[in-house]
Design a binder for this molecule. Structure first.
Ligand code: NAP
Length: 257
């Protein structure tokens, strides 16, 4: 797809990949609208990128999505590209009795239900555009479990499956469906893993590099984009699934004892 003169809505644009996407997409000549829960972070982002438009909105809250849709469409009727980027990753011990029934599925609400509801809400509008796109940010962990974050992996596998179905269902429309299967990268999302046994920060990809690969993939209509080590995970998850699970199981293994 051509990456200029689009109007792009990015969920979670105040940090990590979302912030880097904002920077690159504005520089390419697009109008960029971002969301996030934290108003202070939205204002800080606006200071760095004065051209960005911000909306405080929680993607795990269906009413907030309805309100966001109403406001964005009113102010930016030319919106033609939705990037479902907002996400959280938690360490969860499935035997921990202090985690309640809401907390245990929080990542599903944000990482899986969020994008599904965003697409449901914005699809009729995107269909009115001559050229439109959706990009869902999943993960290499959509392809292989990461036992230290069991719900995260489930959310990204679910989003990967959903995205493939969405692409098939929208095949005869004007809407292109992209998926960015990102590898572990140096963003605040990974701060909590830095001291985990078996976690090697040296393997983290720089968000600048990752987003450069993503932009290139979008421009070349590569509907599944596998930057860096994500491509290795794709191959290994098919050729040697038990071996690769044994590797990801080493991270934080002491916490399951
Ligand atoms: N970093 C990695 O290693 C990695 C690898 C593969 C995939 N990913 C995926 O890439 C995406 C971006 O991750 P990142 O590493 O850039 O994370 P990050 O630096 O922690 O940024 C997350 C962004 O999402 C926003 N956000 C979180 N929950 C939200 C919610 N409920 N509603 C709206 N906004 C929300 C955050 O702002 P607020 O907190 O203010 O809401 C922030 O702007 C996520 O989907 C993540 O799963 C990351």
């Amino acid at each position: 797809m051509e990456l200029k003169n689009n109007t792009i809505l990015i969920t979670g644009g105040t940090s990590g990949f979302g912030l880097e996407l904002t920077k690159r997409l504005i520089a390419l000549g697009n109008t960029v609208i971002i969301t996030g829960r934290n108003q202070v972070k939205l204002e800080e982002t606006k200071k760095i990128f004065p051209k960005v438009h911000t909306f405080q909105s929680d993607v795990s809250n269906p009413e907030a999505i309805t309100k966001l849709h109403e406001e964005v469409i009113k102010q930016f009727p030319q919106l033609n590209f939705l990037i479902n980027n907002a996400g959280e990753m938690c360490k969860i011990n499935l035997q921990d009795s202090s985690i309640d029934l809401n907390d245990v599925t929080r990542e599903l609400e944000i990482n899986l239900m969020g994008p599904i509801r965003m697409v449901k809400q914005f699809l009729p509008h995107l269909k009115t555009k001559k050229s439109a796109a959706v990009m869902n940010i999943t993960s290499g962990l959509a392809l292989v479990p990461f036992p230290l974050s069991p719900i995260y992996g489930a959310s990204k596998s679910g989003l990967h499956s959903y995205t493939q179905s969405l692409r098939v269902q929208l095949k005869h429309t004007n809407i292109k469906v992209f998926e960015l299967l990102a590898p572990a990268s140096s963003t605040p999302l990974n701060d909590k893993f830095m001291n985990e046994e078996g976690f090697n920060p040296k393997t983290l990809m720089k968000p600048e590099k990752l987003i450069a690969v993503a932009i290139n993939g979008l421009q070349k209509d590569r509907f599944e984009i596998y930057p860096g080590i994500a491509r290795v995970l794709k191959i290994m998850s098919r050729l040697a699934p038990k071996f690769i699970l044994a590797q990801t199981s080493k991270v934080g293994a002491n916490s399951f004892k």
